[in-house]
Design a protein around this ligand. Sequence first.
Ligand SMILES: C[S@@+](CC[C@H](N)C(=O)[O-])C[C@H]1O[C@@H](n2cnc3c(N)ncnc32)[C@H](O)[C@@H]1O
Ligand SMILES: *[C@@H]1O[C@H](CO)[C@@H](O)[C@H](O)[C@H]1NC(C)=O
Ligand SMILES: *[C@@H]1O[C@H](CO)[C@@H](O)[C@H](O)[C@H]1NC(C)=O
Length: 258
Amino acid sequence: MTVFSQARSLFFGSVFLTAGFASLPFAVLSLILKGRPFDIFSKSKISSANFTILWSIVGKPSAADEKLTNKTISQAYGVYLDLGPGTGFTVHHFDKSKTTKIFGIEPNKAFHPALQKAIDAAGLTDIYTIVGTGVEDSETLKTFGIEEGSIDTIVACKVLCSVPEPKATIEHLYKILAPGGQFLVLEHVKAKWGIGALAQALANKIWPFLMAGCNLCRPTEAYLYGAGEWEVKDLQHPEGVSGHEFITFTQGRLIKAK
Ligand SMILES: C[S@@+](CC[C@H](N)C(=O)[O-])C[C@H]1O[C@@H](n2cnc3c(N)ncnc32)[C@H](O)[C@@H]1O
Ligand SMILES: *[C@@H]1O[C@H](CO)[C@@H](O)[C@H](O)[C@H]1NC(C)=O
Ligand SMILES: *[C@@H]1O[C@H](CO)[C@@H](O)[C@H](O)[C@H]1NC(C)=O
């Protein structure tokens, strides 16, 4: 583990936490201004109102993020699910020539206007449909024709940290994939032993509240590998990442057995 990558990770983690706290009053104010003052007594509603503000600012990808995201997303083809697209920071990476239909599964409706703008700017208006529900909501997904064996590509970019019941949800996503279909992943995961892992365990007491349910300590690789039979299982830390950082990413592709 390089000292530099750990220090950088802890630094950005602290910035996120601070920004999270700082945005709380704005979240409260925004709910009141929207005429939903009673929502400020709901922990989950204030959490997601706040995250909407936060992510629009701190979620903006750096040049390095753009490269990583593009590496993952440019492999998408066919009919696919874009899980938790948020404000649409990543939609311009989709290769239109390989795509017939995209469903963006985004439960936070406060993100939808910005997301639709990004979709239009990327020239995806005709093929990209926003589905305003959580990916675990299989009943609603079915009404869009998203059912077992129907999807060629699932893209998960910084979202499996936030879905409820990750193990069951990922197993369900495995079933939705067509045989030979691919699961493209760029996710932050539970750190291996050390300062990063310790800091994660501590920060995770408050982080999910500040970051709309994002959990720092998920063994997402194990959930993915264990979801079913795969022909290809290739998840790795990006270059310069050891797996010990406070915010540590895994990236790659799994292909469902035929
Ligand atoms: C950290 S943001 C990432 C946004 C985007 N993928 C990006 O890379 O810029 C996490 C996103 O996941 C969404 N999300 C949270 N729970 C979800 C769920 N159960 N199903 C689908 N998306 C969810 C959030 O609303 C949010 O937009
Ligand atoms: C509000 O958002 C900020 C920045 O996104 C975040 O740091 C803070 O934890 C959030 N607070 C709540 C209650 O969600
Ligand atoms: C993403 O990568 C693809 C293929 O490697 C490349 O053709 C494309 O120009 C890249 N797009 C962006 C936005 O970087």
